[in-house]
Design a protein around this ligand. Structure first.
Ligand SMILES: [Zn+2]
Ligand SMILES: [Zn+2]
Length: 422
């Protein structure tokens, strides 16, 4: 019987995993420099954690959640994004002793979507949340982080889009105008958007239908209706970004697919990818969410990036994950099963300091050396008949095409010196 992985999931190993791990490593180091601490939350939560925060009218909640009943008939959902769980954890554990609270997370997320390249049902995200400050400098810091993350990964031509969605105050007047605009054009909208018009008209901006996009493009924008405070808040952020020499474009149509966003929203896109799936990451301010979860009424902001699409684009653009200086490596080749007592001693010796593996399945010497070369080993250490008899080991420097035979008893220092490159 052959079993396949479920549709929309895939196995990660080899090169793919190397890219993902590189992105994780880079982001962790960056978060550390900006003083963010890691948080780990469950991969599933009570369904309400997502339905109430992301919004009942969003595509995610209506169509894309992996929800199930457990044996006690509780409704649970595999997390479709990271923010809701983090906010739930912050409120539940009353983590507001020292604000702002700066957190980052990484993990797999799940959405029931039509699988495509760069959009899987199980996908991996890295994100950051800063809870407890509405200072525009905090918005600046978030945008700064996402910008630096991509540039440190090696990207050069990504586009940073920013916008303000205003606060509840500015949204009141705007929504009336927006609905008045839409009501005359309802006939042109897709059936989905007709429903959205009643439930949450802003979601029309998420529609991928061409006719709906045209109407959304032409509609009045919330960023043109900002109250004085929201306007100044946004102004300050753009000033800060200019000071930091971070280039950006203001995109008045950018609203992002979650209901909880207020004020600043931002997205990093690649114009080299087709437009429906060109976002590599994004985020925004969610000043009401902590309060909605029963916590104090404190502002917050966050972002997340998808590692799968990021890694795909890196590969398309030929950006290599630059490995941190790795340990030197030795491939230990034993030419006969009967040398195993000596082999074990050498494995133990090498593995204390170097990456070391051995040829479990014996082949001939030249095949083993070729294999070590192909797999980027620095050295091959050989135990043959002669070496075993005299307790010697022959070490071959793969790149320098040089080899030397050492006495195991008397020349351990020389072996170490050679391997360390002293
Ligand atoms: Zn406002
Ligand atoms: Zn539509």
């Amino acid at each position: 019987m052959v079993l396949n992985s479920p549709r929309g999931t895939s196995d990660f190993y080899g090169k793919e995993l190397e890219y993902r791990n590189f992105i994780i490593e880079k982001s962790k180091r960056l978060f550390e420099r900006f003083s963010y601490q890691q948080i780990v939350t469950p991969a599933f939560e009570h369904t309400e954690v997502f339905s109430r925060s992301i919004g009942e009218a969003t595509d995610i909640v209506q169509k894309e959640m992996y929800s199930f009943r457990d044996k006690k008939q509780r409704s649970l959902t595999l997390r479709p994004e990271g923010t809701a769980g983090v906010v739930r954890a912050v409120v539940e554990n009353k983590m507001y002793a020292d604000l702002p609270l700066k957190l980052f997370y990484e993990g797999n997320m799940f959405r029931y979507e039509r699988p495509q390249k760069g959009r899987m049902r199980e996908f991996f995200q890295i994100g950051a949340e800063a809870i407890g400050s509405d200072d525009p400098l905090m918005d600046t810091e978030m945008i700064w982080l996402i910008n630096d993350l991509f540039s440190e990964l090696g990207f050069k031509d990504l586009v940073l889009l920013i916008n303000s969605m205003g606060c509840e105050e500015c949204r009141k007047d705007y929504m009336e105008e927006f609905k008045a605009y839409l009501v005359q054009r309802l006939e042109k909208l897709c059936p989905e958007c007709k429903k959205r018009y009643d439930q949450n008209p802003l979601r029309i901006f998420d529609c991928k239908n061409q006719a709906c996009r045209v109407e959304a493009e032409a509609s009045p924008k919330i960023s043109e209706h900002l109250c004085k405070q929201c306007y100044q808040h946004f102004e300050k952020i753009t000033q800060n970004l200019n000071l930091l020499a971070i280039s950006f474009e203001v995109d008045h149509s950018l609203v992002r697919g979650f209901d909880y966003y207020t004020r600043t929203v931002f997205e990093v896109i690649s114009r080299q990818l087709e437009s429906a799936q060109n976002a590599l990451g994004g985020g925004g301010r969610y000043d009401k969410l902590v309060g909605q979860f029963g916590g104090p009424d404190i502002p917050a902001i966050g972002f997340a990036i998808g590692t799968d699409r990021t890694s795909l684009l890196m590969q398309q653009l030929g950006i290599k994950p630059l490995r941190p200086k790795r340990a030197r490596s030795v491939y230990l080749v034993s030419m006969d099963q009967k040398f195993s007592s000596f082999l074990v001693k050498l494995l133990k010796f090498f593995r204390k300091e170097f990456k070391c593996d051995t040829n479990f399945n014996k082949k001939n010497l030249s095949t083993e050396i070729k294999w070590a070369e192909k797999n980027d080993y620095d050295f091959v250490a050989i135990i043959g008949e002669e070496e075993f008899k005299n307790l010697m080991v022959t070490i071959k420097d793969i790149r320098k095409f040089k080899q030397h035979t050492f006495s195991w008893e008397n020349e351990k220092d020389k072996i170490l010196a050679l391997l360390r490159g002293n």
